[in-house]
Design a protein around this ligand. Sequence first.
Ligand code: TXA
Ligand code: MG
Length: 330
Amino acid sequence: MLTPDLLDRAVELLRRGGVIALPTETVYGLAANAEDELAVRRVFAIKGRPANHPLIVHIPDEEYLPEWAREVPDEAKALARAFWPGPLTLVLRRTSKATDAVTGGQDTVALRVPGHSVAMEVLERLGGGVAAPSANRFGRVSPTTAEHVQRDLGDDVDLVLDGGPSTVGVESTIVDLSSGAPAILRPGGLATEDIERVLGRAVPVRTSTTVRVSGSLESHYAPRAGVVLAEPHEAVQRVEALRAQGLRVGVLGPASLSLPTDVQRFDVPGDPAGAARVLYARLREADEQGHDVLVACLPAASGLGIAVRDRLSRAAAPRTFDPSIVEPTK
Ligand code: TXA
Ligand code: MG
């Protein structure tokens, strides 16, 4: 239970340079006072994240935008008004309040108002910005429950606030409005169609950029088991082919698949929003069962399905940075 006492403690910790795990509607964040450089550096250390990968600053509401962004274009205002609090991050030109520690030395800052009562309460009481990446080790699956955070980061954080399972389940959609036409840097919990409806124009996805968006690394969100992607109609065939090679195979997909009875299935519904909500939890559960390979069914490529497909393809990408993976010999 989250008591007022616990919220007081969370805010006090943030004021004193502590690092806490904070529930949001997308995923749990690893939070530090964004104006406290030492605390922000601790976030990087705990995550094992390269210092040049910038963090998102979470603010209590859109009134705080001018403190952090020196230019707030009309399109940014329109999106903030339509979707905050919610799973949308805006990249804007920074003020000096957004330090190099937070922005990785870039001239822009990523800002968002999270739509979760616990996060909002903490931000309001703090009355300032909180820098928070997802509360997982760099390159691994993001946490959507307090228990996930506890298992990954446990004693390294000063406090884990439990706000229940994240309802959106994938990270926020990042929209760059810092120069010229808007572009999506990371598809996420807010559908592109919704953004385009408010702006009245097409908004392209631009994931390959000079900006270091770690969620845009090819291999990310990676469980330990291998991940093989399948459109629903191919899934059963894929499973059989992998099993024929002697591999232990698990499946992430809907109940409608006709799988052999001895294949373990982790329920990921076919509808995009439902898939987003449970994706990370199911990836973790499946990974704990010691399968060699997980066959992941892809949801339709619309709405939040774009984000789910994006995360699954990164989970399936060859690992380039994990030293525990040994290159196969020829
Ligand atoms: O839903 C979310 O966005 C979650 C919750 C906790 O709010 N946070 C999250 O943070 O996903 P993180 O650090 O895992 O991902 C933030 C992404 C990174 O890929 C980072 O590179 C990008 O935001 N980012 C931050 N500042 C940026 C900037 N100035 N320009 C472009 N990308 C930026
Ligand atoms: Mg992350």
